[in-house]
Design a protein around this ligand. Structure first.
Ligand SMILES: [Zn+2]
Length: 101
């Protein structure tokens, strides 16, 4: 049996205890807002260990978040909808996840 199939089966069997990708990406967003509970954080970490897409999503989101936090105040004011970039990237990744299912 090939590894991809094994991995897919494992992920499926863990659906009962694990988050699905939609929930995970939601929690990644929530984490960046600093609103994650300890329980949510643990569940998210578990999901990220098994899911390449959400791990990539988490990394990208963190990078974007870090860049935005470094943005000088005057730039912040120019880009009043600074979170739109974030959301767009997230939608791209969510689409990638859905397309690969
Ligand atoms: Zn996932």
């Amino acid at each position: 049996m090939d590894m991809m199939r094994v991995k897919k089966m494992m992920i499926k069997s863990m659906d009962f205890v694990m988050l699905d990708c939609k929930q995970a990406t939601y929690l990644v967003t929530k984490k960046l807002d600093g609103k994650l509970s300890a329980f949510e954080s643990t569940r998210l970490k578990l999901h990220l260990k098994t899911c390449d897409f959400c791990r990539e999503y988490d990394i990208q989101s963190s990078k974007i978040d870090a860049v935005l936090k470094q943005t000088p105040d005057d730039l912040d004011q120019k880009y009043t909808h600074k979170h739109r970039l974030d959301t767009k990237k997230k939608q791209e990744i969510v689409k990638k996840i859905v397309d690969n299912q």
